[in-house]
Design a binder for this molecule. Structure first.
Ligand SMILES: Nc1ncnc2c1ncn2[C@@H]1O[C@H](COP(=O)(O)OP(=O)(O)OP(=O)(O)O)[C@@H](O)[C@H]1O
Ligand SMILES: [Mg+2]
Length: 410
């Protein structure tokens, strides 16, 4: 029948008859074989519509497959079969390592154990870098508790600030837009700036993670902070970055690990902290292996130590236990060092100023302690620089400057 219709159409039948045929053709379209008939009728628009429909179907199929893949991945996470944070990346890792190897030092201070002194160390090391070494420091608060933010707000006398650290994990701003929301630490640290953080940060961390997990073809989120910190706006305007990480592995901590050149792990010397610290080291080992091979563990830093010269017997036992356990969590040498010649003591002066400023600026003992630690760390992160003379800092007379032997970052 189709053949007959075709010959009638091509034979130049009258217009009225043609419209009857067209109606029949439409009917045939509904009951099958319509595309062929459309072709026979010279219906190029039908052909185009068919192609369009096919393309739409392909796109929908692709979307459905991507969604299925996403849900399979989520199921794996729910089943505990994979650690979502260690998923392989499609990032160009070669380019990324190159950028980090040429980067200014970016130091994350982390431990999944809470209350071991991460924030105190971050703030006072920043003071050391600017006031003793004359460096421009960028400080990032990546913990929604906002403890670092409180210390720095007190130091800078700022009050009405945006919790702009969230911009560094959202990844939506240009670097210029994000850095318009970095705050000066004048008058205490006039060359330094910081990104504050408050409780809303928690919501942003969840949003960023959930979008990444659930949206098909969602862009990589683990390198959002790296995008900003590797930009010339940071690399040219600062000498060192310090990120105060939260005691948990979430969007911000993973971004910090992927953006950093170095990690420092403060810990108290007791049984509870030893286990948490070993676990933290294990996770950073995996992150280094899977995502950021340029990451260097500066060391495990004892904090809240009772005395400056000697360890108590309990502290010595915990330190030895740490030493013994590290090789089983850190698969091959060189193993992370325990910083046993520049530890941080428990000091009343630190608790006294907590939340009200920087102990480095108000107490000589605290300052000397952080100069000893800072010199040790800067030998590692600025391996090609000469150490400053003891009075190179501004506004105080430094008294302790042990110089550790410089080690190049691999
Ligand atoms: N060396 C120290 N001597 C005395 N007090 C200290 C010392 N270091 C930190 N503290 C105090 O202990 C508390 C916890 O310190 P801090 O906030 O630095 O720990 P944290 O590891 O950042 O905690 P979190 O895991 O909650 O972020 C604070 O009140 C701080 O002032
Ligand atoms: Mg903290």
């Amino acid at each position: 029948m189709l053949g007959d219709l075709a010959s009638l159409v091509s034979g130049g039948v009258p217009t009225a008859f043609q419209s009857v045929l067209a109606a029949m053709a439409a009917a045939v379209t509904i009951f099958g074989g319509g595309l062929t008939l459309g072709k026979l009728l010279g219906g190029s628009s039908l052909k185009a519509r068919a192609r369009e429909a096919e393309e739409k179907l392909d796109a929908e199929n692709e979307r459905a497959t991507a969604l299925e893949d996403r849900f399979a991945e989520i199921q794996d996470v729910l089943d505990g079969a994979v650690n979502i944070w260690l998923r392989p990346t499609k990032h160009d890792v070669g380019q990324y390592i190159k950028r980090l190897n040429n980067s200014i030092p970016i130091l994350t201070v982390a431990n999944f154990k809470g209350g071991v002194g991460k924030t105190t160390v971050s703030a006072n090391l920043a003071a050391y870098f600017e006031l003793h070494l004359n460096k421009r420091v960028l400080l990032i608060d990546f913990d929604y508790q906002g403890s670092l933010t409180e210390i720095l707000l007190a130091a800078s006398k700022l009050d009405n600030v945006e919790a702009s650290a969230k911009r560094l994990i959202q990844g939506e701003d240009t670097p210029e837009m994000a850095f318009a929301k970095a705050y000066s630490l004048r008058p205490e640290l006039p060359k330094s700036q910081f990104f504050p953080c408050f409780y809303g940060f928690n919501k942003v961390e969840n949003q960023v993670l959930l979008r990444w997990l659930t949206q098909p073809n969602a862009p990589e989120i683990r390198f959002n902070t790296h995008k900003y910190l590797s930009d010339p706006i940071v690399q040219k305007n600062f000498d060192v970055v310090i990120i105060d990480a939260a005691p948990r592995l979430m969007t911000a901590t993973i971004n910090a690990a992927c953006a950093s050149t170095h990690v420092l792990i403060p810990t108290m010397l007791d049984g509870l902290c030893t286990n948490a610290t070993i676990n933290t080291l294990g996770v950073f080992h995996e992150l280094k292996t899977e995502l950021n091979p340029a990451l260097d563990i500066v060391g495990v830093l004892p904090t809240f130590v009772a005395q400056s010269k000697n360890l108590t017997s309990n502290e010595t036992a915990a330190l030895n236990q740490l030493r013994q356990l590290i090789p089983s969590y850190w698969k091959k040498a060189p193993f992370p060092e325990i910083i046993s010649d520049a530890w941080i003591c428990r000091k009343a002066a630190i608790s006294r100023v907590a939340g009200n400023g920087l102990a480095f600026s108000t107490d000589n003992d605290v300052r000397d302690m952080f100069i000893a630690l800072g010199d040790k760390i800067s030998a590692r992160i600025f391996p090609n620089e000469d150490r400053p003379t003891p009075d190179a800092g501004i506004g105080y007379a430094a008294s302790v400057t042990p110089i550790a032997s410089a080690r190049r970052r691999g």
